[in-house]
Design a protein around this ligand. Structure first.
Ligand SMILES: *[C@@H]1O[C@H](CO)[C@@H](O)[C@H](O)[C@H]1NC(C)=O
Ligand SMILES: *[C@@H]1O[C@H](CO)[C@@H](O)[C@H](O)[C@H]1NC(C)=O
Ligand SMILES: *[C@@H]1O[C@H](CO)[C@@H](O)[C@H](O)[C@H]1NC(C)=O
Length: 359
């Protein structure tokens, strides 16, 4: 009898364990796959229920680009109420958040106001949209910042270079309606910062031996002004959206503005394919690492360009999404701080910003 009941308990126990496993698998399935499940909900235009006014102080302008804002810019431009954005330093004692753009701190052009009495509830925000290769040594900021604003998905204030917005196309539209006509170049690349040690330079040097690559930009004295950029890219089957450095989540305007908006299929070099798939559908781009050699990549691009349907399949996302990016990266994300105050952890301190960045 005793044996039988313990046997029953064992069965029940195993059953419960299985149930828990299946349950957590269902819950964590999306994050396990880490594939694109629609845009991250941080760019929501409807602000949360904010009753108290929040003051966000911009201590100095990134790269010195003074935006000449008015105090109610967040309401006027982005419909965000109860949110004061200002660059008036006299607001220091009452500011809820202070935003510091990293570049000026690491060059010594600007300093943190460590001499001022810092209110306990004030959040200092470290702001950079550059990759760790260009952010300098952040060890000096240990314990200084409460929040981060960056292209990193795990930043407190996520500020991507672009994102997809769901949209409905008219009935009867097919993917072919979204592919620019007059494709005359197989692959194009715009490069201003050309360095022999970049991995992308080595890939390009081998790729150009397999296929013809049209190169534009300062590096080859073929600068495109901003109005010619997208029309030029639209004539290319593929666009080499090669990042200057490879870091988690670092996916710049090369993908969003140049390739996706220009109407060329992105050939990406940057973080892993999995990382790209968290931001865009997996069948919308070609990853350099999908191939065991650059020669293979070149042959593949040639084949796809010659196959109308196969090429068109890379544009399927256009039936459901459009590309968006911030209208002003020095003002809009700063205003959006006000819409996130209810979800912030507080207090919070980055006791080691450098390790966070290297993660
Ligand atoms: C916002 O929140 C306040 C207090 O939490 C509540 O009294 C008010 O009704 C809310 N307003 C809206 C529009 O939800
Ligand atoms: C994407 O758009 C197409 C065409 O409009 C539609 O048939 C399809 O259901 C959409 N898919 C999703 C996931 O919304
Ligand atoms: C911000 O960090 C400082 C430590 O540098 C801490 O004293 C303060 O309480 C933090 N504020 C918030 C809002 O987390």
């Amino acid at each position: 009898m005793a044996e039988l009941s313990s046997y029953r308990w064992t069965i029940l126990g195993v059953f419960l364990v299985c149930l828990t496993l299946v349950g957590s698998l269902l819950i964590y399935w999306p994050s396990l796959l880490n594939t694109f499940h629609g845009p991250k909900q941080t760019q929501s235009s409807s602000p949360v229920n904010v009753t108290k006014t929040t003051t966000v102080l911009i201590w100095y302008w990134g790269f010195g680009f003074n935006q000449g804002i008015r105090k109610n810019v967040c309401k006027e431009r982005f419909g965000i109420p109860n949110c004061i954005l200002s660059d008036d330093r006299s607001l220091f004692p009452s500011a809820d958040f202070i935003v510091f753009h990293n570049r000026e701190l690491i060059t010594g052009q600007q300093r943190l106001p460590l001499h001022l009495p810092r209110p306990q509830n004030q959040g200092w925000v470290w702001f950079s949209i550059e990759s760790p290769a260009h952010n300098g040594n952040l060890k000096r900021f240990a314990g200084k910042f409460n929040y981060t604003m960056s292209y990193r998905l795990d930043a407190d204030f996520f500020m991507p270079y672009g994102w997809l917005v769901p949209h409905d196309v008219g009935p009867g539209m097919t993917v072919h309606d979204f592919i620019p006509k007059d494709k005359s170049h197989l692959a194009c690349w715009i490069v201003s910062n050309y360095a022999a040690h970049h991995r992308r330079t080595r890939v390009y040097n081998r790729l150009k031996q397999v296929i013809k690559v049209e190169v534009y930009g300062g590096a080859v004295h073929r600068r495109l002004n901003s109005k010619d950029k997208l029309p030029t890219i639209s004539h290319c089957y593929f666009y080499l959206a090669f990042e200057n450095s490879e870091f988690q989540d670092y996916i710049s305007e090369k993908l969003w503005s140049n390739a996706l908006q220009g109407g060329a299929v992105p050939v990406v070099l940057g973080p892993s394919r999995k990382n790209y798939e968290a931001m865009i559908p997996k069948d919308s781009f070609i990853h350099v690492d999908d191939f065991s050699s650059v020669e293979e990549l070149g042959q593949f691009l040639k084949q796809v360009a010659e196959d109308r349907e196969r090429y068109a399949s890379y544009f399927k996302w256009k039936l459901n999404y459009t590309v968006a990016h911030t209208s002003n990266w020095l003002v809009e994300p700063q205003c959006r701080i006000c819409t996130k105050i209810n979800t912030l952890q507080r207090p919070k301190v980055y006791s080691d910003l450098q390790s966070w960045e290297n993660k």
